[in-house]
Design a protein around this ligand. Structure first.
Ligand SMILES: Cc1ncc(COP(=O)(O)O)c(C=O)c1O
Length: 402
């Protein structure tokens, strides 16, 4: 491998959320995870979806070059930037995105928040498919809309959508929107074209707007193929808004640079109005430089990072099967997040959390934060050096016992 994925690129003291903070009652609280904890060298933070790897060399070069320019005033998308985004979508996903479909945003979550605010009124229903990325609930509740749950079903180790339930929920005329997580965080599913069509037909039939969060679209494992929702075309694209970014793909989340892609002109005008109303303007110049370099020159790094991540997934699956059969890993089609079914340990929420944090010295995302259906599960981030994952698995085995 040309790139080094065996070392942690994040020093302490830079305000890294993953390494220097944890979740508190009122948002993040500073936390020295490097402190001794129950005899462990340090707590291993394998939670928030950030990679430990150094960013790709072309991105670093672009940032260094940009830092040499002594002007960082208000910045907006250039033609070269937009060409980088559309080129990526064409090459990687076979999706022809037209330039004027793309609006800039400072992140996917702020975009989802703005979209719920723009397209729903107080009391309207928004469908989510739990267990699901927890800020989905937040953006709905922030805007006085109503969370409508269409839970995924776990069938023989694989999550599936429940279309009968979806049809029933979408038929309620106060339900206006569905937040689609594609690929799905935390369960790692890449939805097939057939599944997306079936979901889309239901939403179109009942006039439910599909907002697709495709942030993990580039992180395909095991030969999975991603289908962008709006690339289904026709009536699907006409009733869709896609949120996308390079931030998970290339570990650029701190750059706060995302895209809202809306093929249908009337919807696009509403998105534009929503952005203005939310005062979401402009672009971070370093984000612009980083994302453009990532999309134009980052493929080689990404291929290697994905091979490494898949190796980590395989290592963990093998380790758990051999040493901890009571913890079952849901094999992901995509993402660097694995969903661990710990229900066979027979622990309640507090006991499981205590086991992971205090006995194993692992800071993971507790499954229940993704919705009640996630209770008894843990989400682990494996975009870390193999040695860190080996350490984590050893700790887990010691803490859980045979
Ligand atoms: C599905 C999903 N959407 C959105 C986000 C966050 O996006 P942003 O940092 O652009 O707000 C994450 C982060 O992990 C995510 O997993």
């Amino acid at each position: 491998m040309k790139y080094d994925f065996d070392n942690i690129a994040t020093p302490r003291g830079i305000g890294s959320v993953k390494w220097e903070f944890r979740k508190g009652d009122n948002g993040l609280e500073a936390w020295d995870a490097t402190k001794e904890n129950d005899g462990h060298r340090q707590v291993l933070p394998l939670w928030v979806a950030d990679m430990d790897f150094a960013i790709a060399a072309p991105i670093r070069r672009a940032l260094e070059a940009r830092a040499k320019i002594p002007s960082v005033g208000y910045t907006y998308k250039t033609d070269a930037y937009i060409a980088a985004v559309t080129g990526w979508m064409r090459r990687r996903h076979g999706w022809e995105v037209e330039q004027d479909w793309i609006a800039m945003a400072p992140g996917v979550v702020p975009s989802l928040n703005m979209l719920v605010r723009t397209f729903t009124q107080a009391g309207d229903g928004v469908i989510v498919q739990p267990p699901v990325y927890h800020p989905f609930y937040m953006v709905i509740e922030n805007n006085d809309a109503r969370v409508v749950r269409n839970p995924l079903r776990l069938v023989e180790g694989r999550y599936k959508m429940d279309f009968d339930d979806l049809e029933a929920k979408a038929a309620d005329p106060t339900v206006r929107m569905l937040l689609l997580c594609s690929p799905h965080n935390p369960v790692g599913r890449v939805w097939s074209e057939a599944e997306l069509r079936r979901l889309g037909e239901i939403c179109n039939r009942h006039d439910v707007l599909v907002v697709a969060d495709e942030l993990h679209a580039d992180l395909m494992l095991y030969g999975s193929v991603f289908k962008p929702y709006a690339a289904l075309g026709g009536a699907f694209a006409d009733n869709a808004i896609v949120c996308s970014a390079a931030s998970k793909t290339f570990s650029l989340a701190g750059m706060h640079t995302a895209h809202i892609i809306t093929p249908q002109p009337a919807l696009r005008a509403q998105v534009g109005a929503g952005l203005r109303k939310a005062a979401m303007f402009g672009m971070n110049p370093f984000g612009a430089a980083a994302v453009q370099a990532a999309y134009d020159e980052g493929e080689d790094w990404l291929e290697q990072a994905l091979a490494y991540i898949q190796g980590n997934m395989d290592f963990m699956a093998g380790f758990l099967a051999r040493n901890l059969p009571r913890i079952r890993m849901i094999k992901p089609d995509a993402t660097y997040l694995a969903w661990l079914d710990c229900r066979a340990l027979g622990l309640d929420k507090a006991q499981l959390e205590d086991l992971m944090l205090n006995k194993a010295g692992l800071y993971l995302d507790e499954g229940y934060i993704f919705g009640e259906a996630g209770a008894g599960f843990e989400r682990i981030n494996v975009a870390c050096p193999r040695s860190v994952l080996e350490d984590a698995m050893g700790r887990l085995a010691n803490a859980v016992g045979p």
